[in-house]
Design a protein around this ligand. Structure first.
Ligand code: NAP
Length: 306
């Protein structure tokens, strides 16, 4: 085994396809998954692909304690040579909630907690462990643009606010609050990627990956029954257009971008694997650095080593 690919969100949706594709195409790399039901996932992946180069650590990304324990366990496995050097990270896990009232184990709004703080904490804890040549890919979304072309009127535009405020759970159950928080979290993912690109050593690149619209995954499962039924009818129609692709094609493309030729300069936004400009609002060094600093405090990282 030459290196380890660490991945979140490999259990279902487009990430499940990507995990299977990585195993099929990268027999000389070890795939290490962080998942809520890690043992079951490893069993299923081994059965389905016939590959043994996969293991998991059970981890709920809505818990800082789980993330810290997972990072410690990854460090131990690396130190003891149980897994080969860590070069790549695919941060695919993400969720969209109906409201902003639910919280992570640490009391933060769930969407911001899982989509943003979990990636931040994990990457901060493993920062010194990545070896060049390496590639870090965090899955974002076109809804960060806030334009009809990208959100198809289904998700409101992001609304930035001081980071401490974004991390707070909401008190109202406004119908669009959860989806707006989702769009805002994906804008934050780009800020995080830009801040990381300024800090990572040469040879370890970082990207935001936009899979386009992918109907048929579990992303809207928290929505009420009416919204879910509407999404089940409307979203598949978009697969007849170039705006959308199914989980199979989207997952394969994600895996191939992870392992293919360098897709662009570090920090770039990849729309289905191609470097394109992200929204004008997504280039804002002051917000990026505020996110980097405040997230450290929210994650109780003792001091800013990077
Ligand atoms: N579908 C789209 O149209 C679309 C468009 C743009 C971007 N994206 C992004 O693509 C990524 C994959 O989404 P998807 O559409 O494939 O959705 P999905 O089917 O719901 O898959 C989401 C994955 O994230 C994992 N996850 C969520 N919360 C977690 C937690 N607390 N701890 C550990 N793992 C957690 C899930 O694990 P469990 O199996 O344990 O729930 C699952 O493996 C997300 O980042 C999403 O925002 C999707």
């Amino acid at each position: 085994m030459t290196s380890t690919i660490l991945m979140t969100g490999g259990g279902r949706g487009l990430g499940r396809v990507a995990a299977e594709r990585l195993l099929a195409t990268q027999p000389d790399r070890h795939l290490l998954l962080l998942a809520r039901d890690g043992d079951r996932l490893v069993r299923e992946l081994r059965e389905r692909t016939g590959r043994a180069n996969v293991s998991a650590i059970t981890c709920d990304l809505a818990s800082f304690a789980d993330i810290r324990a997972a990072a410690e366990e990854i460090g131990r496995r690396l130190d003891e040579g149980e897994i080969p050097p860590l070069r790549d990270f695919l941060g695919n896990a993400g969720l969209q909630m109906a409201t902003t009232t639910s919280t992570t184990a640490d009391g933060f709004e769930t969407t911001f907690g899982v989509n943003v703080l979990a990636n931040y904490l994990l990457l901060r804890l493993l920062f010194d462990r990545f070896e060049a040549p390496g590639r870090i890919v965090v899955v974002g979304s076109g809804v960060h643009f806030g334009t009809l072309r990208h959100n198809l009127g289904l998700v409101p535009a992001p609304k930035w606010a001081p980071v401490g405020k974004l991390a707070e759970p909401g008190t109202r159950t406004a119908a669009t609050a959860g989806r707006r928080a989702y769009a805002t979290s994906k804008l934050a993912v780009i800020y995080l990627v830009h801040a990381l690109a300024r800090r990572l050593p040469d040879g370890v690149d970082v990207y935001t990956y936009d899979p386009g619209l992918v109907p048929g995954t579990g992303l809207v499962r928290d929505a009420g029954p009416v919204s879910r039924r509407a999404a089940g009818i409307i979203l598949p129609l978009f697969r007849l257009t170039p705006l959308a692709m199914g989980p199979e094609a989207a997952g394969r493309l994600l895996a191939d971008t992870m392992t293919g030729p360098r897709p662009g300069r570090s920090g770039a936004y990849l729309d289905r694997g191609q470097e394109v400009p992200s929204s004008p609002d997504s280039h804002d060094e002051a917000r990026e650095e505020e996110l980097w600093q405040v997230a450290a405090r929210l994650c109780a990282l003792p001091e800013l080593s990077v």
